[in-house]
Design a protein around this ligand. Structure first.
Ligand code: NAD
Ligand code: 0WE
Length: 263
C-alpha cells in the first residue's frame, strides 16, 4: 500500500530515534510520503541529520516555536523547497522542570505562560502558516495526553496546556474544515522518550499502566505512527476535530482491577 504516495509532510518535534515524531516519520515514509523535519534547539541537529538521511529527507531546519520570526522563516524555506504541503505534524511540548514536580498550585505566571506558549499556542501558529501552503486540502496532527482531561500527579501545568491544545484542535478543525483541512490529535499513553526521561518516577508510571490497561501493556512509537498514518490518510477522510486514543485502552477505565484485600 502507498497511503501517502505523492504527499508532502512537515514534522515538528523530532529530537532523536525515541521521539514519537520519529515513529510517525517512519510510518509516513513507508507509505510513500516526502518528509521535511524541524527541530527545536541547535544541539539536536547532530541527532536529527542522520535520521533525516536514513529516510532521504533533505529538508531539515531548526525552528524554536516561541519565535514568530523562526516560524515564518521555516515556512518560507518549506514553500521554496517543497512548494505546497499536505500534512503538518506537531509533536512539541515543554514545561519547566520545576513545574512538573511539586504542587500545581505553585505554578508561576512565567511557567504557566511558557508551557502554554510552547505546547498549545505553537499549534495555532504553525497551523496558520501550514494551512497557507495546503493548496489541495490537508491534514494537521498534534500529540496530547490524558492529563488534559483528568488530573494526573505532577503533570500539572502540562495538563492545562494539553487541555488548551485539545480545544485548539476543535477550533482549528472548525476554521479550516471548509478548506478541506482536517485537524486531529492523538492521545498517547506514556512512552519512554527524551521528554519522558526528564520526569522523576516515569519508570514506575510505565510499570503501573502496563499492569492496568485493558491490553495489559504499554504502547510504543510505532503504534502511534500507525494511527497517525491512518488519520493523515484518506482512510480517515471523515474524521476531524477528534482526539484518538493510542493508550492500550487506559482512558476507558473507571476503576482499577480489585486488589486481593478487597475480598
Ligand atoms: P521528545 O522529547 O522526543 O519530543 C518533544 C519535542 O519538543 C523535542 O523534539 C523538543 O526539541 C521539542 N521542543 C520543545 N520545546 C520546543 C521549542 N521551543 N521549539 C521547538 N521544539 C521544541 O518527546 P515525545 O515524547 O516524543 O514528545 C512529543 C509529543 O508527544 C509532545 O507533545 C508530548 O507532550 C506528546 N506526548 C508524549 C507522551 C509520552 O509519554 N512520551 C505521551 C503523550 C503525548
Ligand atoms: O507531555 C509529556 C511530557 C512533556 C514534557 C516533558 C519535559 C521533561 C523535561 C514537557 N516539558 C518537559 N520539561 C523538561 O524539563 N508527556 C505526556 C510525558 C509525561 O510527562 C509526565 C507524565 C507523562 C506521561 C509528567 C508527570 C506525570 C506524567
Amino acid at each position: 500500500m502507498n497511503l501517502l504516495q505523492g504527499k508532502k509532510a512537515l514534522i515538528f518535534g523530532l529530537a532523536n530515534k525515541n521521539s514519537i515524531a520519529w515513529g510517525i516519520a517512519q510510518a509516513f515514509h513507508q507509505q510513500g510520503a516526502t518528509l521535511g523535519f524541524s527541530y527545536g534547539i541547535p544541539q539536536l541537529e547532530r541527532r536529527v541529520r542522520p535520521l533525516a538521511e536514513s529516510l532521504e529527507v533533505d529538508f531539515v531546519e531548526k525552528c524554536d516555536v516561541t519565535s514568530d520570526e523562526e516560524i515564518d522563516l521555516v515556512f518560507d524555506k518549506a514553500a521554496g523547497h517543497l512548494g505546497s504541503i499536505d500534512i503538518l505534524v506537531h509533536a512539541v511540548a515543554f514545561a519547566k522542570q520545576d513545574d512538573l514536580s511539586g504542587r500545581f498550585v505553585n505554578t508561576s505566571r512565567d511557567g504557566f505562560s511558557m508551557a502554554l506558549d510552547i505546547s498549545a499556542f505553537s499549534l495555532v501558529a504553525l497551523s496558520k502558516r501550514a494551512s497557507g501552503l495546503m493548496t489541495d486540502g490537508g491534514n494537521i496532527l498534534t500529540m496530547t495526553y490524558y492529563g488534559a482531561e483528568k488530573a494526573i500527579p505532577h503533570y500539572n501545568v502540562m495538563g492545562v496546556a494539553k487541555a488548551a491544545l485539545e480545544a485548539s484542535v476543535r477550533y482549528l478543525a472548525m476554521d479550516l474544515g471548509p478548506d478541506g483541512i482536517r485537524v486531529n490529535a492523538i492521545s498517547a499513553g506514556p512512552i519512554k522518550t527524551l521528554a519522558a526521561a526528564g520526569i522523576a518516577g516515569f519508570r514506575k508510571m510505565l510499570h503501573y499502566t502496563s499492569e492496568r490497561t485493558p491490553l495489559r501493556r504499554n504502547v510504543d512509537q510505532v503504534e502511534v505512527g500507525k494511527t497517525a498514518l491512518w488519520l493523515c490518510s484518506d482512510l480517515a477522510s471523515g474524521v476531524t476535530g477528534e482526539v484518538v486514543y493510542v493508550d492500550a485502552g487506559y482512558h476507558i477505565l473507571g476503576m482499577p482491577e480489585p486488589p486481593e484485600h478487597w475480598e
